[in-house]
Design a protein around this ligand. Structure first.
Ligand SMILES: NC(=O)c1ccc[n+]([C@@H]2O[C@H](COP(=O)([O-])OP(=O)(O)OC[C@H]3O[C@@H](n4cnc5c(N)ncnc54)[C@H](O)[C@@H]3O)[C@@H](O)[C@H]2O)c1
Length: 260
């Protein structure tokens, strides 16, 4: 039996795919043959990643919308009609999202402002719910679909200074389990991938090593994560090999939290 993954009959949409994990996920889904809609709130990022995929021989098009805008997400997802939805967008509050100021980096829960929680819940939980709500009807009609949501170990282990992010990510995992129960009989699987620390591809080998040395007590593997680590699990969950896997959350984290 050869282990090949062929997604050539599939249409995927990856949210927040303009850089880092989402970009790697979009590129690997395309390399497996899927036609990929590259979502990002920043048009140039979505266009750039779509171009990269096309230049490598894949099929891609940008899908520029804000996942926290339920109407915009609904319209775009209806237009792109993915049978594989990857809810990748997320924000720790570190200020990665365009135009956002850092909110969590110094704030313990009691020092934080409730207005900041709203933003983190919007992007990490409501965005997942809006996109999933919009994508499911077509998947159910076709009798096949995949919803894969990127969550975080911060939603599974105690995480100081990341309380709202942690709540939102745990919420997204709980949401996914319950949706899996509602749509399981329709041939749609719903799973989460829980990531540990993933270093951006722009981090030098030396800086990556220094980060790992600081965190090595927590990680069993001899390095921190790379965007391709996230992409590998997503492509597997999107494939026919994962037909009988649903309602689960898979850690991809170099053994961080292995004792949980
Ligand atoms: N990087 C890590 O170490 C790590 C660890 C655990 C979990 N995660 C999770 O992985 C996922 C991806 O993280 P990342 O570090 O690659 O993210 P990132 O911040 O590097 O990239 C996110 C992308 O999403 C886009 N974006 C932001 N707000 C958006 C919105 N409202 N609508 C559409 N697009 C939007 C941004 O423009 C950006 O291109 C997130 O869910 C994150 O929580 C990351």
């Amino acid at each position: 039996m050869s282990f090949e993954i062929d997604l050539s009959a599939r249409r995927a949409l990856v949210t927040g795919a303009g850089q880092h994990n989402g970009r790697a996920i979009a590129r690997e889904l395309a390399a497996a043959g899927a036609e990929v809609s590259v979502n990002d709130i920043v048009a140039e990022r979505a266009e750039q990643v779509s171009r990269e995929i096309e230049e490598s021989g894949g099929v891609a098009r940008p899908a520029v919308f804000d996942v926290t805008d339920s109407r915009a997400a609904g319209d775009a997802i209806a237009e792109h009609a993915p049978d594989i939805l990857v809810n990748n967008v997320g924000d720790t509050g570190a200020g990665n999202a365009p135009g956002s100021a850092p909110v969590f980096s110094t704030a313990l829960f009691l020092e934080s402002d409730p207005g900041d929680w709203t933003r983190l819940l919007d992007i990490n939980l409501y965005g997942v719910m809006y996109c999933t709500h919009a994508a499911l009807p077509k998947m159910i009609e076709r009798g096949w679909g995949r919803v894969i949501t990127i969550v975080s170990d911060a939603g599974r282990v105690p995480s100081r200074r990341m309380v709202a992010y942690s709540a939102a990510k745990a919420g997204a995992a709980g949401f996914s389990r319950s949706i899996a129960a509602e749509v399981g009989r329709s041939g749609v699987t719903v799973n989460c991938v829980s990531l540990g620390t993933i270093l951006s591809e722009h981090v030098s080998a030396e800086a990556a090593d220094q980060s790992y040395q600081r965190m090595r007590r927590d990680y069993l593997a001899p390095r921190l994560g790379r965007p391709d680590d996230a992409a590998g699990m997503v492509v597997f969950l999107a494939s026919p090999w994962a037909d009988w896997i649903t309602g689960q959350t898979y850690p991809v984290n170099g053994g961080f939290s292995a004792t949980l």
